[in-house]
Design a protein around this ligand. Structure first.
Ligand code: ATP
Ligand code: MG
Length: 343
């Protein structure tokens, strides 16, 4: 009852600032925003950038902008590539989550990649403060994902989480509220999209866009060479004739295109297992590996990881929201939040 009341009056937020998607969870309300991490800006005559659109509206503009307008993904490969635009995006999402009401200055938890530098940490913290936060807590994404997937992160037991996002794949072993070993590679869903673009270009001399490649990946992409063959029409531009062209791609071809990025992800899991202390490794044999992140939805990825590691693979029920839900959960448990966050 008391907690419900606090929830009503607090504006506390948890934010998963992802390469591909930004999600916002409001305490006492749940998920209030889930949008692509894209900002459309227009350069005005005095050389400054003006924000035109943020989120889904801006994503629709990707690859389709006329001169003077740019659709930017400010976070690339899991790192902040454009500070100013990231800050503008963060402010937009925070204001939207609050419906522009400014009752209480909120506590904000921001989930950040484990590989983030101290300069980037400061930038994220300052962006959140300037957007109206009272206190800012940074939590590593794999930690938040583990909490969101329902694992007891405070117990003296090893848990492995693999978060396959847009820009990065983070593999982490968590025990006693801390990350014991972790590997972060700049390979995730975006690299898979790139691999598909390269493949179609080499094989058919046709150039396809990022969004088309992503659609192909989600529809007929597979991690397994043994999957049932499917086909899909793919539209792009013929590089020789210069005109639009449709090619019929098969899932076998897309699998071939994805061999390399998937190999990197499997390798990151192996490397992390090798670095894991034996007692924790023993726990992982019993408990398995939990998969989160949108990229974990790739067809048969769980099957391939099971074959390659011999370990049980558990797909999270909500791969997209595990991170933000974990951070949101920590908003209700200050003790836990203090243990898992850092300065
Ligand atoms: N069904 C699917 N099959 C394959 N990939 C998918 C599927 N659905 C989503 N994805 C991919 O998941 C990725 C986005 O995942 P997610 O939202 O977890 O990333 P993110 O958290 O923004 O990125 P990061 O954690 O690297 O910062 C995109 O590359 C998207 O194409
Ligand atoms: Mg993520």
């Amino acid at each position: 009852m008391y907690k419900a009341l606090i929830g009503l009056f607090s504006n506390d937020l948890a934010i998963d600032l992802g390469t591909a998607n930004t999600l916002v969870f409001a305490r006492g309300k749940g998920l209030v925003c889930s949008e692509p991490s894209v900002v459309a800006v227009k350069d005005d005559p005095n050389g400054r950038e003006r924000v035109l659109a943020v989120g889904a509206e801006a994503k629709a503009m990707l690859g389709r902008t006329p001169g003077g307008i740019r659709a930017i993904r400010p976070i690339k490969d899991g790192v902040i590539a454009d500070f100013e635009v990231t800050e503008a995006m963060l402010r937009y999402f925070i204001q939207r989550a609050h419906n522009r009401s400014k009752l209480v200055r909120p506590r904000i938890v921001v989930c950040v990649p484990p590989a983030i530098t101290s300069v980037e940490k400061r930038a994220v913290r300052e962006s959140a403060l300037s957007a109206g936060a009272r206190e800012v807590y940074l939590v590593e994404e794999p930690m938040a994902a583990a909490i969101g997937a329902g694992l007891d992160v405070t117990a003296p037991t090893g848990n492995m989480v693999v978060d396959i996002g847009g820009g990065t794949t983070d593999v982490a072993v968590i025990s006693l509220s801390g990350v014991v070993t972790a590997t972060s590679i700049r390979c995730g869903g975006d690299k898979m999209d790139d691999a598909i673009i390269q493949y179609v270009r080499r094989k058919y001399n046709v150039l396809i866009g990022d969004r088309t490649a992503e659609e192909v990946k989600m529809t007929i992409g597979t991690a397994s060479p043994h999957a049932k063959t499917q086909q899909m029409e793919v539209k792009g531009r013929d590089l020789v004739a210069g005109i639009p062209k449709v090619v019929l791609a098969t899932s076998d071809e897309i699998h071939e295109a994805l061999v390399e990025p998937i190999g990197s992800i499997v390798e990151a899991v192996h490397i992390t297992l090798e670095k894991t202390p034996p007692e924790l490794a023993a726990d992982i044999v019993d408990r398995g590996i939990v998969l989160v992140g949108g990229g974990s939805l790739l067809n048969d990825l769980d099957v391939v990881l099971r074959e390659q590691t011999g370990l049980p693979i558990i797909r999270s029920d909500d791969p997209y929201t595990a991170v933000v839900h974990g951070a949101g959960f920590a908003l209700d448990d200050m003790e836990l939040l203090r243990q898992v966050s850092f300065e």
